[in-house]
Design a binder for this molecule. Structure first.
Ligand code: CUA
Length: 332
């Protein structure tokens, strides 16, 4: 039993290691942070070992001297002062190296203003609103809880908040950056390895702090372009009676009071934009996988899945629920 649990824990850690680890950098910024992490390790570990060795030595010597003479030794104070002097120099050198290195890494993390892709992420209780910005408004679109970034291009991310303090952290790509109401923070991401990474909220933000994940897909340029053009389009129109039923339900009930689906009459921004919901792999900021079962469970009792969420519980008939789930899953 315990063996099986250990195996499961190891597998879980291994599965996360490449999607959520600051020690497996996949972007320039994470690479810089990884560099200083190792520098600090290799400067501090020898110093720690020297201090421990010196401590062990003086304890051993004091005991021996007490045994031999029965009193405190008056060993040469000169060598003590020399030793301390050398140690002060070593510590000063180590601190100078670390301070300079952290200054240089900090410079590398400052966003330049020449990014190819510009994103605005707004912190919400408890999800991430994502806007892909463009000087041409017709090229802008919204999504939620998942990012797509083009490989080897600079992405500038503007971080804002409405009503909560989150900390944006995708360990494989860069360090942490707070999202604070009334303040605009920035971060730059230059991914160098395609793949799927997992970000998380790194600041305790209330009831649902633990269910605040953010999936980041680093795409080859071609895939990014096709994802982007799909997101720019309106939602597909329903191709069957059931889907039509679902759409009608969405537009005429409380759903439309909080959400947007482009191409329908629903245009509210209180909750996530659902125009291309079915192109995402999770719902409720990574709390549940996206499939018919979890969507039905979420819609019929959101407080059970994510206590404290602002998604209200609606009194929905089984027929309507089935049609609504089918419609939402058709929003590719
Ligand atoms: Cu947001 Cu913790």
């Amino acid at each position: 039993m315990i063996g099986a649990l250990q195996t499961a824990a190891r597998l879980h850690a291994a599965a996360l290691a490449d999607v959520q680890s600051a020690l497996d950098p996949a972007a320039d910024q994470a690479q810089a942070i990884d560099g200083i992490w190792h520098l600090m390790l290799w400067v501090c570990v020898p110093m720690y070992l020297l201090v421990m060795a010196a401590l062990a030595f003086v304890v051993w010597r004091a005991r021996r001297q007490r045994r031999e003479r029965g009193d405190v030794a008056t060993a040469s104070e000169g060598s003590l002062y020399n030793g301390l002097g050398i140690w002060v120099v070593v510590v000063m050198l180590g601190l100078t190296v670390l301070t300079t290195a952290s200054y240089l890494v900090d410079r590398k993390l400052i966003p330049a203003q020449d990014a190819q892709v510009k994103i605005r992420i707004t912190a919400k209780q408890w999800w991430w609103q994502v806007e892909y910005l463009n000087d041409d408004p017709s090229q802008q679109f919204m999504t939620a809880n998942e990012l797509h970034l083009p490989l080897a291009q600079k992405t500038h991310v503007e971080l804002r908040s409405d009503d909560v303090i989150h900390s944006f952290w995708v360990p494989n790509l860069s360090g942490k950056r707070d999202m604070i109401p009334g303040r605009v923070n920035q971060i730059e991401l230059t991914p160098r390895r395609a793949g799927k990474y997992r970000g998380t909220c790194a600041e305790f933000c209330g009831l649902q702090h633990a269910k605040m994940s953010l999936l980041v897909y680093v795409d080859e340029e071609k895939n990014f372009a096709s994802w982007r053009s799909a997101q720019l389009g309106a939602a597909p129109s329903p191709g069957s009676e059931v889907l039509e039923h679902g759409k009608r339900y969405f537009e005429t009930t409380t759903c439309a009071m909080c959400h947007t689906i482009n191409g329908t009459t629903a245009h509210s921004l209180a909750g996530p934009d659902l125009t291309h919901l079915a192109s995402r792999s999770t719902i409720a900021a990574g709390a549940l996988p996206l499939n018919a079962g979890s969507l039905a469970a979420w819609l019929s009792d959101p407080q059970r899945q994510k206590p404290g969420t602002n998604m209200p519980t609606i009194d929905i008939e089984p027929d309507d629920l089935n049609a609504l789930v089918a419609y939402l899953l058709s929003l590719k």
